[in-house]
Design a binder for this molecule. Sequence first.
Ligand SMILES: Cc1cc2nc3c(=O)[nH]c(=O)nc-3n(C[C@H](O)[C@H](O)[C@H](O)COP(=O)(O)O)c2cc1C
Length: 379
Amino acid sequence: MVVWSPHKFNCGLEMANRFAIAPLTTNASHDDGTAAENELEFVRRRAAGGYGVTISSAAYVEQDGRSWQGIGAAHEGHLPSLRRLAEVMHAAGGLAVLQIYDGGRIAKPELIGDERMRAPSAIPSLRPGAKTPRAMTSDEVENLIASFGKAASLARKAGFDGVEIHGANHYAVHQFFSPRANRRDDNWGGTLAKRMTFARAVAQAVRGALGPKLIAGFRVTPFESEPDGYTLEDSKQLCGELAGLGLDYISVSLDDYRSSRPMRETRVYNAPVEQGYTPTESPITEFVRVIAGRCALMASGGIKTCMDAEGAIGMGADLVAVGRAVVVDPEWLFKVRSKSEASILAGLPQDEREIAEALSIPPRMVEYLLSRPGWFPRI
Ligand SMILES: Cc1cc2nc3c(=O)[nH]c(=O)nc-3n(C[C@H](O)[C@H](O)[C@H](O)COP(=O)(O)O)c2cc1C
């Protein structure tokens, strides 16, 4: 079966199988952006399952772009913590990739202060209670690109096998590409080509910092379901550009890889879907065509069984990233591999202490998982 076969990236590194642990923020790091023991344990137990690659929770590249209580890759002081994380992720022999992000207009004011919120344009997000950020100066934009490059250098020094740029889920890289969030009239906004310049520059900075022999990935939301958002045609163009920049993979972020529904900006899971753009074909199939073998495609969203993973591979994906299933069942891959899928845990237990203790989930992460109704099934 293809899912158990190795995959060789353009950079030469090889994954033992096609399964990745999706990036999973724990919201449980220390105030200074270093990893807490219980979040290292969360990762260690899950990575022990033998995934081809483990992708880290998103690490902030600048303090002012921090969206939650997560890890940082913003300065040399973060190196020891990043080294420990890479060690834990490598312990079972899989590859370790650090995801890096900036929150832009969805940075968390409680963490950084209202007055520090900056984004492509001075437009608040659709999230309830969102604050209005100020528009970044062109120097700040250049500095942010350099910060992505610096974070990639830190990842290399810390022993990671590569970096994934978080260009999805409404964070800053996504915001620069979005006509809803980016109303700039300089080099970084305006036409579709200009809205792509930030993503391209970040990809080039990261590749430059990593050199040719480490993995450079880019995570993208394939279209915005909000009215006036970017379309699948727009992101296909971006994907075509990125595939030409020597990346190793493009990861497509969807709630369910089959259903063409990306994460909405409001993050209200049980609200009706806004009247927006919906493509007729799965973005996975469309992206496979555009990429045309120039780099790998990673699919994610709703993978709970081996058959789900094979379904994504059957649509042309090379790799699959598994998120909620691995949160709920730390031994998920072991059960899939040993054909004991009937014993996979289907949801989080009712008792919060049991969630934390039995599943090695930091208590702060438990709170976070339960804060959005409909995000996780309960058993
Ligand atoms: C607790 C939690 C934290 C997440 N954190 C991140 C993150 O840091 N970066 C990211 O790109 N996606 C993040 N995601 C999205 C997942 O990587 C994944 O794309 C999504 O959950 C859909 O896949 P699934 O159906 O397998 O869960 C997170 C999801 C969950 C449930």
